[in-house]
Design a binder for this molecule. Structure first.
Ligand code: SIN
Ligand code: FE2
Length: 216
């Protein structure tokens, strides 16, 4: 079953100014990526974070890298330690780093040096409301976002929340890269539909790579 997907060659679809979908780009490495997700989660477990407004997010999250995206009563922030374990977030696995580098390069961003990887786990009904990724220091660096497992509908808009949305189905191994003019575009994920994927069962995983801290 998995070999069937691995035989498909990746292709690229434009999504907006500075933004592209690299279809199936990560398929051939999915098994390693999923094993490394499990390794990270064994140290810093998936948890449903609570927003500053007191809302429990439906997506379960963890992080790896020198910085991790998290929440506290005051807001959203990048922190070098996991507030749940009081230890540093696990190091970014080499498989993650290599994928982020090659995907960014393929999309026209040759100098991507991510220091943060947010790992999202969606179960049935999990969603991410429209938002901008704007807590990062280095807005010249793109976002690299990897989809694994169950498909989900990704919404990609513009600089204003009310801009029209493109809706695209992201499937196992698809990678979305956005930067430049679209770096601060609103985006979100519609509620995950029930299903079963041979690689991830009832879940969808997403890796979001970012350059969050100051660049050297
Ligand atoms: C995100 O916006 O952080 C995640 C997007 C996704 O899950 O595809
Ligand atoms: Fe985001």
């Amino acid at each position: 079953m998995l070999d069937l997907f691995a035989d498909e060659h990746p292709w690229q679809e434009p999504l907006g100014p500075g933004a592209a979908i690299l279809r199936r780009f990560a398929v051939a490495r999915a098994e390693t990526l999923l094993a490394d997700i499990a390794n990270v989660a064994a140290v810093s477990p998936f948890r449903q974070m609570v927003t500053p407004g007191g809302y429990t997010m439906s997506v379960a999250m963890t992080n790896c890298g020198t910085l991790g995206w998290t929440t506290d009563q005051h807001g959203y922030l990048y922190a070098s330690t996991d507030p749940q374990t009081s230890q540093r977030w696990p190091a970014m696995p080499e498989s993650f780093r290599a994928l982020a580098d090659s995907a960014a390069r393929e999309a026209g961003y040759p100098d991507f040096r991510p220091d943060a990887c947010l790992i999202n786990r969606y179960s049935v009904g999990s969603k991410l409301s429209l938002h901008q990724d704007k807590d990062e220091h280095e807005l010249r660096a793109p976002i690299v976002s990897v989809s694994l497992g169950l498909p989900a509908i990704f919404q990609f808009g513009g600089l204003s929340r009310s801009d029209p949305l493109h809706r695209v189905l992201l499937e196992h191994g698809d990678v979305v890269v956005w930067g430049g003019e679209s770096r601060l575009f609103y985006h979100g994920v519609q509620p995950l539909k029930e299903g079963f994927h041979p690689a991830t069962g009832r879940y969808r995983f997403n890796l979001t790579f970012r350059q969050a801290g100051k660049s050297e």
